[in-house]
Design a protein around this ligand. Structure first.
Ligand code: FAD
Length: 397
């Protein structure tokens, strides 16, 4: 994007000078002049009664969809560490790129991220566009979105994938708006339609009761987000070679409308459901908040985390950060133990790809048994303490 001032129309009325939140416009020789620090927010364009100011949007409509090539993954990093979901997106992106016979690229923003960029190459990226800058150390939605949008407009990938994480969910809609394209959130399946090379984006719809496949017919790039652990991670290849393309600087006025004063780690990070190998989940069958202590004890013995159904969360027994399912986290642990969980479809979509599922429920007809590898019909208040005792005996405690 850029800004244009029509000197013929400008009357030097100074309304743009007053409207600019960054104080970067001044009147020079009878016309408005925009200095460094403009972030193209558009306040001056709105304020100008003479239509002398125009923010020029470069959008896909300037070119046909055919001009777009390549599959891009937006790499996500925290404290310099690339998030697992980025490697999962590279795994899925590689399959799409092979079907399209196009390159798989990643875009990575941060500070001192060269080794992280190399790692993305080992996980399948052919090229990594790397934007290194001290100001990019922490995620900043305004700056990140503008920087990635500019890159996308320059290189025109046909597919752009992001993680459906807190960062991805804030970045993806901003990008889609800037790029004037569509976005399908929380996809559980991605594929290429052979006849027109369109991206088929599948996700649950109508409360998880049907799977909808969505196509972004005539806008590019085709944008999709995918939750962590939904796709399989790419295979790491130690000696894999690729290209790192340094991208200079960040757009002028990178401070934008948002200033990050401090980064405070969320206490819920401790829960880390998405990364846990073992999850012990409680549902309404637990009857009250204090009974989650039983599950905490079992989870601790198994070095795992405690999950919950929305039923338990809505009852106020445990925090939302523990919720597994359509409106909570998607998890894929090696072992998932569901205690007093009925197995509603909205819960199942968040955990059914776990490697081994154990269900404990006193109702033999409970739907959770349909996805369980091992089902125990009985009272969880008898069965869980028994399991805890057995594990303790095994561990000699
Ligand atoms: P219940 O359905 O009440 O089941 C309790 C189970 O405990 C029963 O099967 C019962 O037999 C068993 N039980 C009772 N006592 C014992 C005992 N002593 N021992 C053993 N078993 C016992 N739900 C989610 O979990 N995650 C989501 O993200 C989610 N998102 C949703 C989004 C939408 C749009 C909607 C409409 C719903 C969503 N839900 C979600 C809610 C979902 O539909 C169910 O209502 C919820 O999962 C039920 O929680 P539950 O299994 O704990 O409770």
């Amino acid at each position: 994007m850029s800004i244009s001032i029509d000197q013929e129309k400008c009357t030097a009325c100074e309304s743009c000078v007053e409207a600019c939140p960054f104080g970067v416009i001044e009147i020079v020789d009878g016309t408005a002049v925009v200095g460094d620090g403009c972030n193209l927010c558009g306040a001056c364009e709105e304020a100008c009664a003479f239509e002398a100011i125009t923010i020029l949007h470069k959008t896909r409509t300037e070119r046909g969809t055919e001009a777009y090539r390549g599959v891009w993954v937006v790499g996500e990093q925290r404290d310099g560490q690339v998030a697992g979901v980025s490697f999962e997106l590279l795994g899925e992106g590689r399959k799409l790129a092979e079907k399209l016979n196009e390159d798989l690229c990643a875009v990575l923003l941060g500070n001192d991220m060269e080794s992280a960029a190399q790692e993305m190459i080992r996980y399948g990226a052919d090229r990594v566009y790397l934007m290194n800058h001290a100001d990019l150390l922490h995620y900043h939605e305004d700056t990140y979105a503008r920087s990635i949008a500019d890159l996308v407009l320059e290189h025109r990938p046909s597919v752009l994938l992001l993680g459906a994480t807190a960062i991805g969910r804030s970045l993806a809609p901003r990008l889609a708006t800037m790029l004037e394209t569509g976005l399908t959130a929380d996809c559980t399946g991605l594929d290429i339609r052979a006849e027109d090379r369109a991206l088929l984006q599948t996700r649950p719809a109508f409360g998880g009761n049907i799977m909808a496949t969505i196509v972004c017919a005539d806008r590019r790039p085709q944008m999709a987000t995918v939750r962590p652990k939904v796709m399989k991670r790419a295979t790491r290849e130690e000696g894999r070679r690729g290209e790192i393309v340094p991208v200079d600087g960040i757009p002028a006025g990178h401070g934008g409308l948002i200033r990050v004063l401090q980064v405070v780690k969320d206490l819920d990070d401790r829960i880390n459901l998405s990364e846990a190998d073992v999850i012990v989940t409680g549902g309404r069958g637990l009857r009250e908040a204090k009974n989650f202590d039983l599950l905490r004890e079992l989870a601790e013995l198994l070095n795992g985390a405690v999950g919950a159904t929305r039923g338990a969360v809505d009852s106020g027994w445990i925090g939302y950060a523990h919720q597994v399912g359509q409106t909570g986290r998607t998890v894929c642990p090696k072992l998932y133990i569901a205690c007093g969980v009925s197995g509603a479809v909205q819960h199942l979509v968040g955990m059914q790809s776990s490697d081994v599922i154990v269900a404990i429920n006193k109702d033999p007809e409970a739907p959770i048994f349909r996805v369980a590898d091992y089902g125990i019909v009985g009272d969880l208040f008898e069965i869980v303490p028994e399991i805890i005792d057995q594990i303790k005996r095994e561990l000699g405690q």
